[in-house]
Design a protein around this ligand. Structure first.
Ligand code: PMP
Length: 388
C-alpha cells in the first residue's frame, strides 16, 4: 500500500551513511566508525548478579508497570551522583528515560514548532540533529573564532533570531572531542539567560576524563532551571541497557512525564531495579576508573599513531576525554568519497559532513578510540594513512 505520511516525515532523513557503515560491522573491518564503548569491559557478572538478585527477591512488582518518572530509589541515587558533579538536585527534578536519546526526542516534542530555531554547535551530535529535524526545526550554529566561542557574535545572533532552544554537548563533544572552558560555559549561560533561551546540556561523556576532572556542568551554574541536563549510563555502564535521565525544573518534568506517557508509559521496571541494585551493591566508581584507564591508553595510542602517520599531512583534535578524535585532511579531500576505498581496505570512519547542519566540512572524519583494541588502533591508522 502507498502510505500518505505526515508532513514532518519528509524531514526524517534516513542517513545514507548508515547503510554504508553496515559494512563496517563485518569482523574483518577495523572500525573507528561506531560510538561504542569497549564491550569486553562491560561489568557482565555484576549486571547478571543484579538481575538475579532483583528477580530472586520474590517481589513481583519488579515485573509490574511503574511510575512514568521512574523508580524513586534510582532517581534518589542519580540525584546524589549529580550533587557530586556540582548539580544540586532532588529526585523530583529527575525523569528516567530510555537513554538520553529519548530525552532529546521528548524535549524536541515539547519545545519545537515547525520552523523554530535550534542553536547548536557545528558540527553536532547526529542523533540530536535527527530528533530536532523530525520536529521541523531550523538550525543556526554557535559562532566561533580562533579563541573558541565568539561571545559578541553569539549575543547578536540570539538577539536577532530568538532561538527556541540551545543544544550543547560542552564536554568531550561527539564528534570533535572538544570541550568548553569554564568561562565559555558561564558566558553562554549568561547570554541564554539574558534572552530567556533554555539550554539543553547533553552530557554523556564527562566521566570519561583522562587529563584531570571535566569542567563543571553548565547546569551547576544555573539558578533558575535555565539549563536542562541530560545524563546517561550508556558510556559509563552499558548502552544496551538503555537508561538515561533528564534533570529539570519540576514544571518541566511534569510536562515531560506527559510526553513520555504518550511514548512508552515508563522505562522498564526490571531494568531500573537491576541498575539500582548494581549502583548500590557493586563499585560503579571503580568500574569507571577501569574504563577511564583503558580509554586513556587507547586515546594516547591513537594520538601517537596519528602523529607517526599523518604528521604535517593532517590536523586532529587532542581530546582530554570522551571517545572521539576529529581528523581534518587538507582542503580538497572528500572523506565521504574516500569511504568505500577505506572499507575495501578494511578500515572504517564516519565522514565529517554527516555532523554538520550547514557549511559542511568535507575533509574531516570522526575516529572512535574506545571500541577498537590497541592493536586494531595501530593497524587501522596505518591502513588509513595508506589509502589517504
Ligand atoms: N548524546 C550524545 C552526545 C551522544 O554521543 C549519544 C550517544 N552516542 C547520545 C546522546 C545518546 O545516548 P544514549 O545511549 O543515552 O541514548
Amino acid at each position: 500500500m502507498q502510505y500518505t505520511f505526515a508532513e514532518r516525515v519528509t524531514h526524517m532523513d534516513s542517513s545514507a551513511i548508515r547503510e554504508l557503515l553496515k559494512v563496517a560491522e563485518q569482523p574483518q573491518i577495523i572500525s573507528f566508525a561506531g560510538g561504542l564503548p569497549a564491550a569486553e569491559l562491560f561489568p557482565l557478572e555484576e549486571i547478571k548478579e543484579s538481575y538475579y538478585q532483583v528477580l530472586g527477591a520474590k517481589d513481583p512488582s519488579v515485573l509490574q508497570y511503574g511510575a512514568t518518572e521512574g523508580y524513586l530509589p534510582l532517581r534518589q541515587e542519580i540525584a546524589a551522583q549529580m550533587r557530586v558533579r556540582g548539580i544540586v538536585t532532588e529526585a523530583e527534578n529527575i525523569l528516567l528515560t530510555n537513554g538520553s536519546q529519548q530525552g532529546l526526542d521528548l524535549l524536541a516534542k515539547l519545545f519545537i514548532n515547525p520552523g523554530d530555531v535550534v542553536l547548536l554547535q557545528n558540527p553536532s551530535y547526529l542523533g540530536a540533529i535527527q530528533s530536532f529535524q523530525s520536529y521541523q526545526a531550523n538550525f543556526m550554529t554557535i559562532p566561533t573564532n580562533d579563541a573558541g566561542i565568539d561571545e559578541n557574535a553569539l549575543e547578536v545572533l540570539i538577539k536577532q533570531n530568538q532561538p527556541k532552544i540551545i543544544y550543547l554537548t560542552p564536554t568531550y563533544q561527539n564528534p570533535t572531542g572538544s570541550t568548553f572552558t569554564t568561562d565559555e560555559r558561564k558566558a553562554v549561560l549568561r547570554i541564554a539567560r539574558d534572552y530567556r533561551v533554555p539550554i539543553i546540556e547533553d552530557d554523556p561523556y564527562s566521566e570519561l576524563c583522562y587529563d584531570g576532572q571535566a569542567a563543571p556542568p553548565i547546569r551547576s551554574f544555573s539558578t533558575d532551571d535555565e539549563v536542562i541536563y541530560l545524563g546517561t549510563f550508556s558510556k559509563t555502564l552499558a548502552p544496551g541497557i538503555r537508561l538515561g535521565w533528564i534533570v529539570g525544573g519540576k514544571s518541566l518534568i511534569a510536562k515531560l512525564v506527559i510526553a513520555k506517557q504518550g511514548a512508552d508509559l515508563h522505562t522498564g521496571t526490571l531494568l531500573q531495579r537491576a541498575t539500582h541494585y548494581y549502583l548500590t551493591h557493586f563499585s560503579p566508581t571503580e568500574h569507571i576508573e577501569t574504563i577511564r584507564h583503558a580509554y586513556q591508553c587507547r586515546r594516547d595510542l591513537m594520538l601517537s599513531e596519528l602523529k607517526k602517520a599523518f604528521s604535517n599531512k593532517a590536523l586532529w583534535t587532542e581530546p582530554t576525554g570522551g571517545m572521539f578524535i576529529w581528523l581534518t585532511l587538507p582542503e580538497g579531500y572528500d572523506t565521504l568519497k574516500l569511504l568505500p576505498k577505506a572499507l575495501a581496505t578494511n578500515v572504517a570512519y564516519v565522514p565529517g559532513a554527516n555532523f554538520y547542519v550547514n557549511k559542511k566540512s568535507h575533509n574531516s572524519m570522526r575516529l572512535n578510540f574506545s571500541n577498537p583494541s590497541p592493536s586494531q588502533i595501530q593497524q587501522g591508522i596505518k591502513l588509513l594513512a595508506k589509502i589517504l
